[in-house]
Design a protein around this ligand. Sequence first.
Ligand code: PRP
Length: 211
Amino acid sequence: MLTVAMPKGRIFDEAVELLLAAGYDIPSDLQNSRKLIVDVPNENMRFILAKPMDVTTYVEHGVADIGIAGKDVMLEEERDVYEVLDLHISGCYLAEAGLPGSEWSGVVKKVATKYPKIASSFYREKGEQVEIIKLNGSIELAPLIGLADRIVDIVSTGRTLKENGLVEFEQISPITSRLVVNPVSYRLKDSTIDELVARLTKVIERKENAV
Ligand code: PRP
């Protein structure tokens, strides 16, 4: 039995599509119920429906053998998991943004983000001292209401920034979703995991060639 931690939300549909294209016979409406554990006996798989930020935690602790996690989550959480495949889905990037022409206000430079570790290391490398304010969502609100001077957040289509009158100052890191594996599971279930990786790789290559 292979236990797979799936990220609920944005990435989910693309991830299911990839697994279906790889020939795994899983219910396509996996996310529609409130169930958090879905067994798929015909594929000998169990799916755990997790918050995206928690996927690598489940995999690190071995309660899921594998998981699908955004590179953003991997960079922020720094969990002890193997990254075995770039799934080339849910492409976006991390960026620093703020109000146009905004200079840092006051002595303390404030940055709001869902990614305190990534933001800290970004500003450390630039030699800028900032105060990080951790938020859990709607990060773009922070500069609008004077909570922070800048934000570090995900940009996908750029619509959220635009519709809130914010501009990007610097791109920090490109992001896609990755297949991550628990190191012990990789030893114990290597053939099952290798087969999954091989089947997914074929689908990804097919998709890339079709573009
Ligand atoms: C993400 C991200 C941005 C937005 C970017 O938030 O934090 O707010 O999407 O997408 P866009 O460039 O296509 O507009 P999400 O919708 O996941 O919700 P959150 O605010 O709760 O983090």
